[in-house]
Design a protein around this ligand. Structure first.
Ligand code: FES
Ligand code: FE
Length: 414
C-alpha cells in the first residue's frame, strides 16, 4: 500500500492535475473508480477520518463481550468494558503483532493466543511473561481506534487523532435516535450485499432516486414521494407536497420534522435528518404497509412516517414507527464494496411471530436491484469507451458528494 510519503512530487502533481480537470456536475474520470493507487491514497487519507456506525449495543450487552469487524481493510475489536464504556482497538498485539481475538468469546481480559500477553478491556497491557528489563508497560497498550456510543449505536473511526468531533452531529441525531428507541432495540436481521464496484459508484447510486422508476418497481409503486422526486412532473410534485403538508399536520413526531444539515468540511461529520411520509396509506415499510412489530421508542401510534438519517458519510438509517434499517457502505477494495443492511426492532418484539420476510422485503429487493445496477455501471466504467457524463437535477446529491470528495482529496494531498 502506498503511504502519503510515497506519493512523490511528480505523482502528487499528476493527481492534483487529475483532480483539477474534473468537470463540475459531471461524473468522475475512470481512474477514480479503477486505479489501485488512488484507492490506496483514499485508504491512507480519507477513510481513517470517517466515522461509521459499526455495531448496535445489543451485540455486546455485557462487560467482557467483544466483537471483531473489518473496518476499511483493518480488523478491529470492539469491547464492552462495563462501567468504563466501549473501547475499540486494532486486532494487533503490541508484542509481535499477532491477531489477538480469533473469535467473539466473552472474557474478563483480552489475551493474545501467541505468547499470552494479557490486556485490560480498556487496552492497557496487564501482563506479559518475562518482559525484558526496562520494558515500559505503559508504551505497550493496544492500538486504539475512535469509538463513541450514542443512542444505542456504536460509531468507530480508525484515526483517533484526525477524526472530526461527533458532538455537533449528535446534538441533532441523538433526540431522533432516542425518539425511535434505538437504545432499546435488538437486531432482527442482518444481510450483506457484496457489490463489485468502487465505493464512490455505490454512494453515487445511493444518493439519487433518478434510477428508482426504471430500477425499483416495488419501491416506486409503494412509496409515493418517489413520484415527486424521481420524475420531472410538476403536477405530481405539487400534489405530493400537498399530501406531505397534510401528513405533517397529524404526524406524531413534529420534533423530528425536517431538519437538514450538511457539513462539507473535512473537520466535520456529514449528517442530516429529515422526516417524510413513506407512501400514502402505508403505516410502515413492511411488505403490505401494515404494522409488523411493536411500536418503538416514544411512538404511541402509527403516523406512516420515515426519519432518514445520514450518520456520517458511510452509514445511514431509515427509521419507521415499528422498525429501523441501518445501511453501512464498507469499501473493501478498489472495486469491492460491501453494503450491509441491519434491521432493528423493539427489544420486546416476539421472535416467534415476527415476519422477517415482510420486515426485510422492501430494502432487500431494493438493495439487490441496486447491486445489479451498480455492477452494470462499474462494467461500463471499465470500458475504454467510458467518459464522464452529466448529472441531472435529480442527481444533485450525487453531484455534491463528488464535488466534496474532490475538494477533500485536494486538501488532503496538497
Ligand atoms: Fe501477542 Fe506475542 S504476539 S503475545
Ligand atoms: Fe436504488
Amino acid at each position: 500500500m502506498l503511504t502519503k510519503q510515497e506519493w512523490t512530487a511528480d505523482r502528487r502533481a499528476g493527481f492534483a492535475a487529475l483532480l483539477g480537470r474534473q468537470r463540475p456536475g459531471w461524473s468522475l474520470e475512470q481512474p477514480f473508480y479503477l486505479d489501485p493507487t488512488i484507492y490506496a491514497l483514499e485508504r491512507e487519507l480519507w477513510f481513517p477520518r470517517q466515522w461509521i456506525v459499526m455495531a448496535h449495543v445489543s451485540e455486546l450487552p455485557r462487560r467482557g463481550d467483544r466483537i471483531v469487524r473489518d473496518l476499511f481493510g483493518e480488523e478491529i475489536i470492539i469491547v464492552n468494558a462495563g462501567t468504563d464504556g466501549f473501547h475499540a482497538f486494532y486486532n494487533v498485539c503490541t508484542h509481535r503483532g499477532s491477531r489477538i481475538c480469533r473469535d467473539e468469546t466473552r472474557t474478563p481480559n483480552l489475551v493474545c493466543p501467541y505468547h499470552a500477553w494479557g490486556f485490560r478491556l480498556t487496552g492497557e497491557l496487564l501482563s506479559g511473561r518475562d518482559l525484558p528489563e526496562g520494558a515500559d508497560k505503559a508504551e505497550l497498550g493496544l492500538h486504539r481506534i475512535g469509538v463513541r456510543e450514542a443512542g444505542g449505536l456504536i460509531f468507530c473511526g480508525l484515526d483517533e487523532e484526525s477524526l472530526p468531533d461527533l458532538a455537533p452531529a449528535l446534538d441533532t441525531l441523538l433526540p431522533a435516535l432516542r425518539h425511535h428507541g434505538f437504545h432499546n432495540a435488538r437486531i432482527a436481521e442482518r444481510r450483506s450485499y457484496p457489490t463489485s464496484a468502487n465505493w464512490k459508484l455505490v454512494l453515487e447510486n445511493f444518493f439519487e432516486c433518478y434510477h428508482c422508476r426504471p430500477s425499483h418497481p416495488e419501491y416506486f409503486r409503494m412509496n409515493g414521494h418517489v413520484a415527486a422526486t424521481a420524475v420531472s412532473d410538476e403536477v405530481a410534485a405539487a400534489e405530493w407536497e400537498g399530501g406531505v403538508s397534510a401528513w405533517r399536520e397529524q404526524a406524531v413526531a413534529p420534533a423530528l420534522d425536517r431538519v437538514v444539515r450538511h457539513a462539507g468540511d473535512i473537520d466535520e461529520v456529514k449528517y442530516s435528518l429529515y422526516r417524510q411520509p413513506i407512501g400514502l396509506g402505508r403505516d410502515t415499510q413492511s411488505h403490505d404497509g401494515k404494522p409488523i412489530a411493536p411500536l418503538m421508542g416514544d411512538f404511541t401510534h402509527y403516523d406512516g412516517g420515515e426519519t432518514a438519517m445520514h450518520l456520517g458519510r458511510l452509514s445511514f438509517a431509515g427509521c419507521y414507527n415499528d422498525h429501523a434499517v441501518i445501511f453501512q457502505f464498507m469499501p473493501r477494495g478498489v472495486e469491492e464494496t460491501n453494503v450491509v443492511a441491519t434491521w432493528l426492532v423493539d427489544a420486546d418484539a416476539d421472535p416467534g411471530t415476527l415476519d422477517i420476510g415482510s420486515l426485510t422485503f422492501m430494502w432487500d429487493v431494493t438493495t439487490k436491484q441496486d447491486k445489479r445496477i451498480i455492477e452494470d455501471n462499474a462494467a461500463g466504467v471499465r470500458s475504454r469507451a467510458y467518459r464522464p457524463g452529466p448529472y441531472t437535477a435529480l442527481e444533485s446529491q450525487s453531484a455534491s458528494f463528488v464535488a466534496s470528495y474532490l475538494e477533500i482529496m485536494g486538501r488532503l494531498v496538497g
